[in-house]
Write a protein that binds this ligand. Structure first.
Ligand code: A2P
Length: 270
């Protein structure tokens, strides 16, 4: 029931289990502050995307933090309304002020799960990213890309939490050697108000956010809670010095409202 701080991926690299997500954080002061605080507080994993429009701020905070580049795991995502993953990653690298990211994900399977993949493989071959993966891919999408790929994806980043316990999708990833990474582990804040989460938190002597993040860790899921508040960013990192007993893990597992689905989303936006 211990949770490791990093997890090895299928290509031999390692991903820190806890990262800061910056979805919906505005470019500029909010994003720079959030990332700077996270790095000060010991986070070594930042998750952004071309679509978020805040890569410049992530890069600025990284530079200002003084934390060496090689100590920070950096993820960005290909915005698949664009055509060319290589050209778009080159632009991302300029905005981020780095030579390479650690992980580059297809943000969603626009135009089908295979459309962007050859370009993703090229991005890795050219050394613009250490690892490649996908996001918002269902088990069926994963199957397709695994069958066709010469470089397989090592991560599938999806909406995942106790209330969205996509067991089928998690198992499909495991069967293919693809690590499932959890975004929106707090249900974008909604699950923090769930009385049943509060009950588990009270028993653990922890906050609801810590319990929901810890649930991901104990399922082996790298997790990227988002916050723009320093005290919350700090709170969300306090998840490595306690463990949820099996009964409480089971109580949280039972909150699932997806029926253990192998789909990545209830509603597709593409
Ligand atoms: P804020 O950014 O204003 O701090 P998720 O990671 O599931 O997408 O959830 C993010 C949402 O949860 C954001 O609205 C964030 O608000 C809020 N949040 C993040 N951490 C905490 C926390 N420890 N306590 C309360 N709210 C939090």
């Amino acid at each position: 029931m211990t949770a490791e701080r990093t997890r090895q991926l299928g290509d031999g690299t390692s991903i820190p289990m806890l990262g800061l997500g910056v979805w919906q954080v505005r470019n500029g002061k909010s994003a720079v502050n959030a990332v700077r605080w996270a790095l000060e507080l010991g986070y070594r994993h930042i998750d952004t995307a071309q679509l978020y429009g805040n890569e410049e701020s992530v890069g600025r905070a990284l530079q200002e933090s003084g934390v060496p580049r090689e100590e920070v795991y950096l993820t960005t995502k290909f915005q698949p309304n664009s055509k060319d993953p290589v050209a778009e990653l080159e632009r991302s690298l300029k905005r981020l002020g780095v030579d390479q990211v650690d992980l580059y994900l297809v943000h969603w399977p626009k135009g089908g799960p295979l459309r962007a993949w050859p370009g993703m493989e090229q991005a890795k071959e050219r050394g613009l990213t250490r690892s490649v993966g996908v996001s918002n891919y269902s088990a069926a999408d994963l199957d397709q890309v695994i069958k066709a790929a010469s470089v397989p994806p090592v991560v599938n980043q999806v909406q995942f939490s106790a209330v969205e316990y996509r067991r089928g999708l998690l198992e499909a990833g495991e069967a293919h050697g693809v690590v499932t990474e959890a975004y929106s582990p707090l249900g974008t804040g909604r699950h923090l108000r769930d009385r049943r989460v509060a009950d588990v938190a009270a028993r653990a002597g922890r906050t609801p956010a810590q319990v929901l993040i810890r649930w991901c860790l104990q399922h082996g899921l790298p997790v990227i809670p988002k916050s723009t508040h320093r005290e919350r960013i700090e709170e969300n990192a306090g998840v490595f010095d306690f463990a949820l007993p099996e009964a409480d893990m089971a109580a949280l597992d039972a909150l699932d409202e997806t029926g253990g689905t192998s789909a990545a989303r209830r509603d597709k936006w593409w």
